[in-house]
Design a protein around this ligand. Structure first.
Ligand code: ATP
Length: 339
């Protein structure tokens, strides 16, 4: 699906960095391993030493850092999760934590880091850049697809494939028993997973953090479905929606429609795991490769992302502060096609 119009393996023009460190931070996402592999092998190809920090910023602070070679990243392309492990580090939010992290980088002559993660991880990395002049390259690794500066984030494609595989199974049992299923998917602040999988599974209604939907809207959708004699229905719910928890919503529906057999499924962490899809492996390989090339060319404090099948470097300050709106037409299409 991603065909990059890149023909030459070029020798980077400005070669201003010494050693590189790669880390994965925040929530894990399928394809992070493929990105680590791409960063490592591209750096080695260009005769740069490359290090990996375990457990994200925690490893940088606690000096849990290893030098990586070609063998270190063998057989990880198809593996979910991240072999370097990931963490949410409270210590890194403190000045003392970042002092330790910077000193552990300095002693290895590391002056550039590739951070594979989401907006929180990039915000942290920017602090290290402001305070210690470390050059930062971001690679968008999060199942949420909520970063500005890339059409897709690494992990999103696999996560949505996992969701539709489960919902297709739920649909079978829903239709055998004439049931209504509420399915909760990840998305605390954004509803990309819910919106696209809702469309892809024919969900009757999609409840998102970005939209102030009301119970009345949901009841109307259910009444319309009853009028059209739809016997099984799926309602896709993003975890950060404004109506409340999935059980609360289901209870309210049971009260309003006592005759409907209502069930609830929370897909939870199944969405994070699993072998990455082709799209995620390709995306991770290209963005990991271009992350290192960008650093060698003298780029810093940017994120390598893919827009319209071209690699684009977006300032990290924009990647973390701007948002891409959900495609409203996709929601309209989902609504029209489901009723
Ligand atoms: P996901 O999208 O999967 O949640 P994320 O990268 O946004 O990924 P966060 O938990 O928000 O995940 O951030 C990861 C880590 O980045 C935090 O645990 C913390 O160590 C660091 N970090 C986040 N914000 C800051 C900040 N303002 N200052 C310093 N470090 C930060």
């Amino acid at each position: 699906m991603y065909c990059l119009h890149l023909v030459v393996i070029f020798a980077p023009m400005k070669d201003k960095i010494n050693n590189i460190l790669v880390l994965t931070s925040g929530g894990d996402a399928p394809g992070m391993n493929a990105a680590i592999r791409a960063v490592t092998r591209t750096a080695l190809y260009h005769q740069k030493k490359v290090f990996g920090a375990y457990r994200g910023y925690e490893g940088m602070i606690e000096d849990d850092i290893i030098e990586l070679n070609t063998q270190s990243v063998k057989n990880i392309l198809a593996q979910g999760g991240t072999f370097l492990k990931s963490a949410r580090s409270q210590q890194f939010r403190t000045t003392e934590g970042r002092v330790k992290a910077a000193s552990n980088l300095k002693k290895r002559n590391i002056d550039a880091i590739v951070v594979i993660g989401g907006d929180g991880s990039f915000t942290g990395a920017l602090k290290l850049s402001e305070e210690y002049g470390i050059k930062v390259m971001g690679v968008p690794g999060t199942i949420d697809n909520d970063l500005y500066g890339t059409d897709y984030t690494i992990g999103y494609d696999t996560a949505t494939n996992t969701v539709i595989e489960s919902v297709d199974k739920i649909r079978d049992t829903a239709s055998s028993h004439n049931r209504l299923f509420f399915v909760e998917v990840m998305g605390r602040d954004t509803g990309y997973i819910a919106a696209s999988t809702g469309l892809a599974t024919g969900a009757l209604s999609i409840i998102l953090p970005e939209r102030k939907s009301t119970l009345k809207d949901l009841f109307n959708d259910l009444r319309k479905a009853q009028e059209k004699r739809k016997t099984s229905n799926i309602v896709m719910v993003a975890e950060g929606n404004h109506l409340g928890g999935i059980y609360e919503i289901a209870e309210a529906v049971k009260k309003e429609f006592p005759s409907i057999d209502v069930k609830v499924t929370n897909l939870g962490h199944t969405q994070r795991g699993g072998s990455p899809s082709t799209n995620d492996r390709v995306l991770a390989s290209i963005l990991g490769y271009r992350a290192v090339i960008g650093l060698l060319e003298g780029k810093a404090n940017v994120m390598s992302g893919m827009i319209n099948q071209k690699v684009v470097y977006t300032p990290l300050s924009e990647a973390v502060s701007k948002t891409t709106d959900l495609d409203k037409e996709m929601l309209t299409i989902a609504r029209i096609l489901a009723t």
